[in-house]
Design a protein. Structure first.
Lengths: 292, 337
């Protein structure tokens, strides 16, 4: 048991937690931007997947880490724009369209793998990100974790973004376009999620089908758990990553605990926090209402 | 309009001529007929450079050398798998191969539904109390035997006296790898610690390199300096972590040295490629029989390969070969769980 304690109290453990948290943090920050502008972002999963896919394929073709990261960011932004267009032009139910986008991304990436490489589950090798200190996406995530709360609270764009989510009529009365504000928020959010996705594929040097593995949903849960406040969403992601890393350590030590049980821990812990510390924060008033 | 049509016709004719010129001469075929082989891949899919790619190599060889017409399907999730097998069987394949334990129940059903089609299941795991259909060949391996040998290698090359094992899905099949490996480590290094961890309890655990990297990082951070994986595509993440830290790893199913030449000491191979080829050939030559076939070190169904003498010193290699011979001769009994 002292092994376990030593392992958990080490710097290496913190690095494990931080590395795990990167895609969640980026997706959750992206999701916060979208949701605060008034669009339900159930499509984070598709943005992660698109970013992961684009980064791996461009990385494979160019052998350039920078090109791969940019491709991931652009792919996320593109899906964000598409998501905004579907949500705002068709005005369809945003929960349904979000899930539809996720399913479409899962199928589309498999199809494109088949077209590009003749195999439907894996890409060919791409450049690999190094450890945490050399991992560009870690620094981007850190920067975004500081910048996004500031942008939302302190900038004019942030004010408009919050107005689009809470008082769209007031924003329109002030002479600004609600739709374009939302498109901007969705594209920025998509960019962040796309970089989070790029981290997934570039950390292991290649794309595998469905490699987002539900991280987009967890990130959205973090957004809601945090009461739509970006700083707290980052914190929620870190708690989740901590619980997940702890589970790995437990699995190596405590043989008696079945994996199925310890595997619940990362999901149960944020839920427990949610139950014990209810947030007084309300969702954005116009969330999911395209017509306003 | 007419001109366009003419141009198209000309292009078509040219392409056909090129195609005919490029088409390889048909190799000699036994019995003078072409056989159709359908194969459905496992969760990790093509490009895992491990289990599935081994099966694909065998099939490609069968196509090239035996002239077999091959058709493969990479299923998505769950229900797709049975549909894929059924599609191939209904399409008139002479032999339908399911790659992975996950097809076991589907193959039982299909073999009953298509009594005139031959089926083979790699890593087939029988349902207790149910007989295997006569047109179904269950191919299983004694993975623990070869895992024992690479475990001994790990026990001999580790300097930290801590070694790791990353399994895919926690099932008896993968437990065989862990059991053999652990026994091998302790055979050569009784005081060594074996850290064992599994990527999950569902099929996705074989296709999750992100998880593989996290788990391997956790083991390396706990002092392991060599990790053996039995996790399909998830193992890519183990190699990513190994490359990151310049620590050692052991590959599985295929020779995985090229994925991390810095770090891969050896690979425990499972000759799925040879097995697939042999079965196609057996069908072609009319000597296919159903039932259970179990392949171990003695049948050369499993083994180990290593390419780098610096990573695997000749003395360690000789010892590993000696141990393999001992297992074959029955001087060592390797536990399978």
């Amino acid at each position: 048991m002292s092994d376990l304690l030593g392992a958990v109290l080490s710097l290496a453990f913190l690095v494990q937690v931080a590395t795990k948290a990167i895609p969640y943090v980026l997706a959750a920050l992206g999701g916060t931007l979208a949701e605060r502008s008034g669009v339900v972002d159930l499509a984070l999963e598709s943005k992660l997947l698109a970013g992961a896919f684009a980064a791996a394929t461009v990385g494979h073709a160019t052998d350039s880490m920078a090109a791969a990261l940019i491709a991931g960011a652009l792919a996320g932004a593109a899906v964000g724009a598409l998501h905004a267009a579907i949500a705002l032009i068709t005005r369809a139910d945003q929960v349904v369209t979000g899930v539809a986008l996720n399913l479409a991304a899962a199928g589309m990436t498999r199809y494109l793998l088949q077209v590009l490489y003749g195999q439907g589950a894996n890409s060919l090798p791409a450049p690999q990100l190094g450890g945490l200190a050399e991992d560009m996406t870690a620094w981007i995530a850190l920067g975004a974790a500081i910048a996004v709360p500031l942008v939302v609270v302190r900038t004019t764009f942030g004010l408009r973004l919050r107005a689009a989510g809470d008082r769209p009529l007031a924003l329109r009365a002030a002479g600004h376009s609600v739709a374009w504000t939302r498109v901007g928020a969705m594209m920025l959010g998509g960019t962040l999620a796309g970089i989070g996705g790029a981290q997934l594929s570039l950390a292991v040097g290649g794309f595998s089908a469905d490699m987002s593995s539900g991280r987009g949903y967890i990130a959205l849960a973090a957004v809601i758990l945090a009461g739509w406040r970006p700083g707290r969403a980052v914190l929620a992601c870190l708690v989740f990553a901590l619980a997940d890393a702890l589970t790995d350590q437990l699995q190596m030590n405590v043989v008696a605990l079945p994996r199925e049980l310890t595997g619940l821990f990362p999901y149960a812990l944020p839920l427990a926090i949610l139950a014990l510390a209810p947030s007084r924060m309300q969702p954005p008033a116009a969330l999911g209402k395209p017509e306003s | 309009m007419r001109r366009i049509v003419l141009v198209l016709v000309a292009i078509n004719a040219a392409l056909l001529a090129i195609g005919a010129a490029l088409a390889p001469a048909r190799p000699a075929r036994g019995l003078g007929r072409r056989i159709h082989v359908g194969l459905v891949f496992d969760v990790g899919g093509r490009g895992d450079r491990s289990f599935n790619d081994a099966a694909a190599r065998g099939l490609e060889r069968a196509a090239a050398e035996l002239g077999a017409a091959v058709e493969t399907i990479e299923p998505g999730d769950g229900g797709d798998r049975e549909t894929a097998l059924r599609q191939l069987a209904a399409g008139g394949a002479d032999l339908v191969i399911g790659v992975g334990f996950i097809f076991s129940n589907d193959l039982d059903r299909l073999a009953a539904d298509f009594p005139n089609t031959r089926f083979a299941g790699i890593d087939y795991s029988p349902t207790p109390g149910r007989a295997i259909a006569p047109n179904l060949l269950a191919l299983t391996f004694r993975e623990h035997e070869a895992a024992f040998v690479v475990g001994a290698i790990a026990g001999l090359v580790t300097r930290s006296h801590t070694v790791g094992f990353v399994g895919g899905m926690k099932i008896p099949l993968i437990r065989k790898f862990e059991a053999g490996y652990t026994a091998g480590v302790h055979h050569e290094c009784p005081g060594c610690t074996v850290l064992a961890i599994y990527a999950g309890s569902e099929p996705k655990a074989f296709a999750d390199p992100t998880r593989g990297r996290e788990l391997a990082s956790a083991q390396y951070d706990r002092g392991a300096d060599i990790i053996f994986h039995a996790a399909g595509k998830t193992g890519d993440g183990v190699f990513a972590a190994a490359r990151d830290r310049h620590l050692l790893a052991i590959g599985v199913d295929s020779d995985q040295y090229d994925q991390a030449p810095c770090c891969i000491v050896a690979s425990m191979v499972k000759r799925v490629d040879v097995t697939v080829y042999d079965e196609v050939r057996a069908v072609l030559e009319g000597r296919f029989t159903g039932g259970v076939r179990e392949l171990g070190l003695a049948e050369d169904g499993v083994g180990f390969v290593a390419r780098d003498d610096e990573l695997l010193p000749p003395a360690v290699r000789r010892r590993a070969e000696q141990l393999a011979a001992d297992v074959i001769a029955g001087r060592i009994t390797v536990p399978s769980q």
